[in-house]
Design a protein around this ligand. Sequence first.
Ligand code: G6P
Length: 371
Amino acid sequence: SAAEKGGHEYFMLKEIDEQPTALADTLRGHFSDGRIVLDEQRLSDQDLRDVDKVFVVACGSAYHSGLVAKYAIEHWTRLPVEVELASEFRYRDPVLDRDTLVVAVSQSGETADTLEAVRHAREQKARVLAVCNTNGAQIPRESDAVLYTHAGPEIGVASTKAFLAQIAANYLVGLALAQARGTKYPDEVAREFHELAAMPEAVRQVLGTTEQVKALGRELSEAKAVLFLGRHVGYPVALEGALKLKELAYMHAEGFAAGELKHGPIALIEPGLPVVVVMPSPKGRAVLHSKLVSNISEIQARGARTIVIAEEGDETVRPFADELIEIPAVPTLLQPLVSTVPLQVLAAEIARSRGYDVDKPRNLAKSVTVE
Ligand code: G6P
């Protein structure tokens, strides 16, 4: 009913709006006196100190949350982090031992490929930490420790609030590792630890772009294809934006690392093609920012319609942005929590204007429990 959807036409739109709460609840559940606590603490600080390699295994959007985690965890801890689709990990011969930490990320906790990856990792004696949104699900039951996301039940098949909560939980894993092991960048880690608590408010702020993004979505509803470009943590955001559009609007969409533009994607640019670009902060990673500005000017010169997600006050991108969507200034590593939100709204609105059921896209299931 409309009441269950909180006055929204679709659960997904309600769940997009619930993201500040989902994030706050996830963070609150794990911060205690400036320390990070897991739910089922069967991993001691000593276990965390012994870790010499991290794998993140997951499927779908959860996999994209893992790609974001790689940037943060490697930087904060200097541990190597590999991120792998659970369905590939399982049938490869991954190098694991008891000092490997495998982080299995799954909203449902029942995804067959992720569960099999967990079993495989445990057979190799690796320690497994589940990041999960469903209390007592199979994946947390079979793991050594759990960090629950507190996004609440997610009805929309395409993940939104659970995805943001997964990103936040993965940051907590990184920060917990940094706390247990020490870090090369104590000031930065302390700052990001602190700023994480302010992210629910930043997400609330970015939801202020919803009407602008919906209007854009209606304009793009007839597009043949949409490309998404990003770098650094903006790259997984680009992949997630493209996945959402495929899932919901059945539109051809692809996410690229912007640095690869000249190695192929630029051949796809033609007049009128919408290209969404996720800009890093001009203050945080200035070099990457200027490289992306030149990417945007190149694609605009070839006639693409540029849709730019950029930090508020970022004046350098303005001349190259046919549409500018402003997001609040946050630390670079945390930016996916805000830059993802307009891409979710965009995909939902394009799907809605094409007449599709946003909550139940064709052929997809909320939880894929067969391989
Ligand atoms: C399905 C859903 C996605 C989700 C993926 C992984 O494909 O449609 O939204 O990201 O499964 O699900 P999990 O429950 O393991 O996070």
